[in-house]
Design a protein around this ligand. Sequence first.
Ligand code: GLU
Length: 299
Amino acid sequence: MTVPVFRFAPSPNGPLHLGHALSALLNADMAAATGGRMLVRIEDVDGTRARPEYERAILDDLNWLGVTYEKPVRRQSEHAGDYAAALQRLTALGLVYRSFLSRTEIAATIVAEEARSGRPWPRDPDGAPLYPSVDRDRPPEEAEAFARAGQPHALRLDMMKAIRLTGPLSWQEFGDRLDGRAETVVADPAAWGDVVLAGKFSPAAYHLAVVVDDALQGVTDVVRGRDLYFATAVHRLLQTLLGLPAPRYHHHRLIVDVEGRKLSKSRGSEGLAALRAAGAAAADIRRMVGLGPMGASTQ
Ligand code: GLU
C-alpha cells in the first residue's frame, strides 16, 4: 500500500487564525493516524499579496502548535516553470485565451448586460460575477498584438470547451473522518465560468498551482476547509485535462467567530499569535477548534 501524503497549504498573505489551526492539526493528526507523510506548502504565487514575514510567522505558529512536517517546504514562487509547462499543455489543447478587460470594464459590461436582459448576471459559488468572456473569440493574432503592445491581461480557461473535452466529472469526498467512507460528489466546474489561470503578477492562479503541486508532491489526501469545497470542481477539471491523478478530498467544517461569521485574515480575528501572546498553549488551541488531545481526534 502506498503511504498517504497530506499537506497544509497556507497563503502567506496574513497571520494564521483558528480556522488554519484546525486545518493544520487535522492534516497532522491524519498523517500520524495513517503513518502518512506531512508536507507544508507555501502558496505565495499571488505576487501582490504574499509577504515573507507572514511565511516566517506561519512556520513559527506551526512549530508552536506542534505540527511537524518534512523540510524543505515547497514555495510556489520558486516553481514558475512547472506552472508554465501545465499552461503550455492547456494552450496546446486550445483552451487558453488572453483576457484584457479591467475590473471597471468587467463591472460596466455586466451592468449593461443586466439592463439589456432584465436578468441578474450569473455568479460563481463564492458570489463573484462570472467573467463576461467578451475576448474569448478574439482572433489570436489580434490578442498577440495587444499583448505585445503592453496591454495588461490575464490568461483564462475556455470553460465550456474544457468541459466538452472532459465530459462529466466527480470527486470522492471523505469529510473530516478517517473511516474510509466517501460520497461521490458531482463536479460542476461550469459554475465558475472562465477562471483565471495566470495573471500579470502571478505565474499561476490558485486553481492551476494547487493541482500541479498536489500531483508533483504525490499528495493523496487533500484536507482543507469547506470554503474550498465547490472549487474542487475546477481542480478535478484541470487534473483531468492535464492527466493528473485525483486525490481523496476531506473538506472540514469552518471555525466561525462569536457572531457566526467565517474567520478572515483581514479582520485579524482569533489570530494564533494574539492568542499565544494572551497566554494560550497549543493544547488550548486544540480544544478551541474542537479537537481532543493529540492522537485522540481522528476516529
Ligand atoms: N492556499 C489556500 C488557502 O490558504 C489553501 C489551498 C488548499 O488547501 O487547497 O486558502
